[in-house]
Design a binder for this molecule. Structure first.
Ligand code: HEC
Ligand code: HEC
Ligand code: HEC
Ligand code: HEC
Ligand code: HEC
Ligand code: HEC
Ligand code: HEC
Ligand code: HEC
Ligand code: HEC
Length: 405
């Protein structure tokens, strides 16, 4: 064992003992509610402070939400990412069993928090803040949850299964990548991009499959549905396998090119160039109530479904759909992955098959629009879940008019 290693272990030991002592002290000297209104457990209600307050002070005190120290919010910490995330993590070689590369695979360490949250760290016998990173809140320390990266491991963990969507969304300029890859191949003769997977990226639409695959395809199996439907399903909707396409889940698809070795920017340490604060979901076609009985605990499927804002029922694997080129429905080059509007699939891409000159030609859109005109309560269920109850948008009427010409 090296000297440095021993020194580190001693340091951790000292820190551990330190924390433990502070806990004992904390247990004795701190009352459950400390000035400032911080509360140890999320479930515990704050008791009024025994100070005399003015009317306005009282009002702001009741309006102020109780801080939740069991969940880490990035939007309350607008600091440099590197203040907390040190690249690479010490454990990067062991987290991935194969094909490991320098990466962020561990939680930030105590030092990243202590300067501001000493109070929450030394709060009572079981500080809520520990459980962000550790599986339990005990002075001796408990094992840590897997870190959110790589998601393949995290999503399977107890924490991952119930974790909300990321605080961030990914900025990935499709146009630049398709161009760049072909260009660089010409000029650098492939020396830079030795990874054969990315040579194919130059060939337009086929390249999409490098980063996007059909998720949980039905394939040759008889089992059509994502989870077991009730015996009497009838015409009711139940999520099918092969509905979603995956997107890159980790840095493996990016850091082959964006690494310290290649020098291609953004560097792996430029977290904020690829991770942009997530915008709240606006109007989507997803319906949580309809999804609940399906008991889907698969994070990839649920996150994708919740985001659907064009057609919640559309299934990629379905043969008539899978035979089409991706660009029939997705103009990837014009997409801004952080702008939901630019990712919408235009209804006109359902042309020919679901939109026809007349209703008699079999177009389901024609049929549903006509049904709605006859009965204002008619719900459109072919392509939609939540949207089907709303007024018919102009884009749909225009698509029918265009098909008739
Ligand atoms: C004040 C410390 C701090 C700063 C600054 C910080 N992070 Fe984090 N980050 C954390 C902690 C703690 C976690 C673990 C949270 C959890 O698992 O609930 C985390 C988790 C994450 C995750 C996984 C969870 C998710 O929401 O997707 C991503 C991605 C991430 N950070 C990216 C960033 C980026 C990008 C920046 C800079 C813009 C940044 N972080 C700045 C502390 C920080
Ligand atoms: C530079 C100071 C600073 C650092 C460093 C810092 N925080 Fe914070 N943190 C804050 C402030 C300010 C708030 C907002 C408090 C509020 O809204 O009442 C906050 C809020 C929080 C909250 C949410 C409380 C709520 O409002 O629900 C959690 C959880 C948290 N921090 C955890 C952490 C963790 C874990 C780290 C280290 C990885 C960390 N913070 C590092 C300043 C900091
Ligand atoms: C932001 C994430 C985070 C929070 C919050 C956090 N820890 Fe840790 N903790 C870590 C990391 C990462 C390590 C490993 C540090 C290292 O290897 O140097 C660690 C190590 C420890 C250790 C040393 C033994 C071990 O598991 O490696 C103890 C004990 C410990 N933490 C206790 C606590 C307690 C108690 C709390 C709450 C008061 C707490 N931690 C809060 C991330 C966190
Ligand atoms: C090198 C990897 C890579 C390649 C190649 C690639 N994409 Fe993407 N794509 C991404 C990333 C990263 C995102 C952002 C994912 C996210 O938001 O989580 C994305 C997002 C998308 C989205 C939006 C997904 C959503 O959640 O709404 C569509 C649609 C898409 N890509 C289609 C395509 C098509 C079509 C091609 C081929 C022309 C293609 N992509 C090629 C990496 C890639
Ligand atoms: C017939 C039209 C059509 C074709 C062809 C098509 N898609 Fe999609 N795709 C959609 C629709 C509709 C959505 C749902 C968009 C929404 O509601 O947000 C979608 C969503 C996606 C998403 C986001 C994840 C999801 O499933 O919700 C990705 C990624 C994607 N498509 C990639 C591709 C790739 C790659 C191809 C080619 C192999 C492809 N698509 C072919 C219509 C199509
Ligand atoms: C085949 C190699 C390659 C792969 C794989 C790759 N990139 Fe890139 N990327 C590049 C190159 C080269 C540039 C520089 C483009 C320029 O300067 O115009 C770049 C530029 C970028 C930029 C900055 C664009 C700008 O506006 O300056 C972002 C963001 C980015 N990549 C994100 C990603 C993400 C996210 C992934 C993984 C899903 C990824 N890249 C995978 C080669 C790659
Ligand atoms: C070249 C672009 C790029 C850079 C630079 C980058 N990331 Fe990522 N990161 C991605 C993509 C793409 C994903 C996969 C998308 C996803 O899972 O949401 C991802 C996933 C993650 C995850 C997995 C969890 C999640 O929900 O997104 C964490 C954590 C994370 N990144 C943190 C960081 C941190 C911290 C840094 C800086 C040290 C960083 N990333 C730098 C592109 C990048
Ligand atoms: C063949 C599939 C299909 C059918 C049938 C269909 N839609 Fe849509 N709908 C789409 C697509 C694709 C989009 C996203 C593009 C757009 O907004 O035009 C969409 C979008 C919408 C939106 C959201 C518009 C917005 O501004 O965000 C509403 C509301 C909607 N449809 C209602 C309906 C109603 C009501 C019916 C029945 C009369 C119907 N749709 C039938 C495919 C369909
Ligand atoms: C090339 C023709 C074609 C195009 C383009 C096309 N579809 Fe389809 N789709 C079909 C056929 C054929 C079926 C099977 C018959 C049926 O259910 O109408 C089908 C079935 C469906 C189903 C029912 C799938 C199931 O498994 O229950 C949905 C939902 C759907 N399409 C949505 C869409 C949406 C939304 C678009 C446009 C974004 C679209 N389709 C574009 C041919 C097409």
């Amino acid at each position: 064992m090296t000297r440095l290693h021993l020194k580190r272990i001693n340091k951790i030991r000292a820190a551990t003992v330190g924390i433990f002592l502070c806990f004992l002290a904390g247990g004795i000297f701190y009352s459950p509610v400390v000035p400032g209104g911080f509360v140890a457990g999320a479930q515990r209600k704050p008791t009024p402070r025994p100070r005399v307050r003015t009317q306005t002070q009282r009002r702001t005190a009741t309006q102020r939400r109780v801080p939740r120290y069991s969940q880490f919010p990035h939007n309350k910490h607008s600091m440099n990412c590197a203040a907390c995330h040190k690249f690479p993590s010490a454990n990067w070689k062991t987290v991935r069993k194969t094909d490991a590369f320098p990466d962020i695979t561990e939680y930030p360490r105590h030092e990243s928090c202590l300067s501001c949250h000493r109070q929450q760290f030394f709060k009572g016998a079981r500080p809520a803040i520990c459980t962000i990173c550790h599986t339990a809140s005990t002075p001796k320390g408990a094992p840590r949850h897997p870190f959110a990266n790589p998601r393949e491991i995290f999503d399977q963990s107890a924490k991952g299964k119930t974790a909300a969507a990321s605080d961030f969304q990914i900025a990935f300029p499709h146009d630049k990548h398709i161009e760049i890859v072909s260009q660089t191949e010409k000029t650098l003769n492939g020396t830079l991009f030795v990874n054969a997977r990315f040579k194919r990226a130059a060939q337009g639409s086929e390249s999409c499959a490098i980063c996007h695959q059909t998720y949980q395809p039905q394939g040759a199996s008889e089992d059509e549905y994502f989870t077991k439907p009730p015996a009497k399903l009838g015409d009711a909707f139940w999520l099918k396998k092969g509905t979603f396409k995956t997107s890159p889940m980790s840095h493996a698809s990016c850091f082959t090119c964006h690494s310290a070795d290649t020098g291609i920017l953004p560097a792996p340490t430029d977290c904020a160039t690829c991770h942009k604060p997530a915008a709240p979901l606006t109007k989507t076609d997803f319906d949580a109530q309809l999804a609940a009985p399906m008991k889907i605990d698969d994070r990839i499927a649920l996150l994708a479904w919740r985001k659907r804002d064009s057609s919640a029922t559309f299934r990629h694997e379905f043969s008539s759909h899978a035979d089409l080129d991706c660009t029939t429905c997705h103009n990837a080059a014009a997409m801004n992955t952080t702008d939901a509007l630019s990712k919408k699939v235009p209804v006109t891409s359902c042309n020919m098959c679901h939109i026809t000159a007349t209703t008699d030609d079999g177009g389901i859109l024609n049929f549903e629009v006509e049904a709605r005109q006859k009965d204002a309560k008619f719900q459109c269920v072919k392509c939609h879940i939540a949207f089907g109850k709303l007024p018919v948008p102009e884009s749909h009427i225009k698509a029918i008019t265009a098909a008739a010409q």
